[in-house]
Design a protein around this ligand. Structure first.
Ligand SMILES: [Zn+2]
Ligand SMILES: [Zn+2]
Length: 260
């Protein structure tokens, strides 16, 4: 059976500093899910130091529907020290989290300013190191998703495809083979129409290799504003599902277990 668009696990609300949009309430996020007949939705605000308290209080009492489960989640960073920034007691408070390894532009938090990668080559190397470090950690991978792995900020004037070209097929096979074994979900967040016909195959390549290695996928729109829900969100998910020719067998087990 073809992969069904029945969930979205990457959503930001008004408490994320990159949203700060009063219209982006948890009620609006549930309404987006119901409009599109999703049976699972998740809130994944940034657990940044200055927003933690606000996020925990906003996650309480998420509105629910008998047609759609609303899960407590978070978008979590790997700190420049190498630690994944979620504390033990916090892990009990979320149903899942998505791990962002590519926010390399967050200097002073994710990236040590003294070691900031200044070239495409250094950026690729830095992200590879972060991926391997994360995969070697003792994390509850069956409820951890890998956020937007092909969204990596580049030095000015450079395109993501230059960076992705520095990951060989063999490296991706090694990375995604480990991810498949760990049971970690791989986020589908890319929007095919954002790329030219020449760029698209380069951005799709990691996901094609992930599929070949047995990885399982979840959908994550990364919405920050209500417009992100209305601007062909489902069509964008469908485009990537079609390009990767995904079926329900390719869906992350966590989604299958938690959808209504
Ligand atoms: Zn992110
Ligand atoms: Zn996000």
């Amino acid at each position: 059976m073809k992969y069904i668009i029945d969930h979205d696990l990457h959503n930001h609300s008004l408490v994320s500093p990159c949203s700060r949009d009063s219209r982006q309430s948890k009620e609006a996020i549930l309404a987006y899910a119901l409009t599109n007949n999703y049976s699972l939705i998740g809130l994944s605000d940034h657990l940044w130091p200055d927003t933690r308290d606000q996020i925990w209080s906003y996650l309480e009492d998420l509105p629910q529907s008998n047609r759609c489960r609303f899960l407590k989640g978070a978008e979590v960073e790997m700190h420049m020290s190498g630690d994944v920034v979620i504390y033990d007691n916090e892990l009990e408070k979320v149903d899942y989290y998505i791990l962002a390894l590519t926010h390399v532009h967050l200097l002073g938090y994710v990236t040590d300013p003294a070691k900031a990668p200044l070239s495409v080559e250094a950026t690729a190397q830095y992200v590879k190191e972060r991926i391997y470090k994360a995969l070697s950690m003792d994390l509850p991978f069956e409820r951890v998703g890998l956020a937007h792995i092909t969204w990596i900020p580049q030095p000015a004037g450079h395109h993501i495809t230059e960076c992705l070209a520095l990951f060989s097929d063999q490296e991706w096979e090694d990375i995604f083979g480990k991810i498949a074994n760990l049971g970690m979900g791989v986020e589908l967040n890319l929007r095919p129409l954002d790329y030219s016909p020449e760029q698209l195959p380069q951005v799709l390549r990691p996901y094609q290799i992930a599929k070949k290695m047995g990885c399982k996928f979840y959908l994550g729109g990364d919405a920050h504003h209500p417009e992100d829900f209305t601007q062909n969100r489902v069509e964008k998910f469908q485009a990537v599902i079609d390009l990767l020719d995904l079926t329900e067998d390719d869906k992350w087990e966590f989604v299958k277990q938690n959808r209504i």
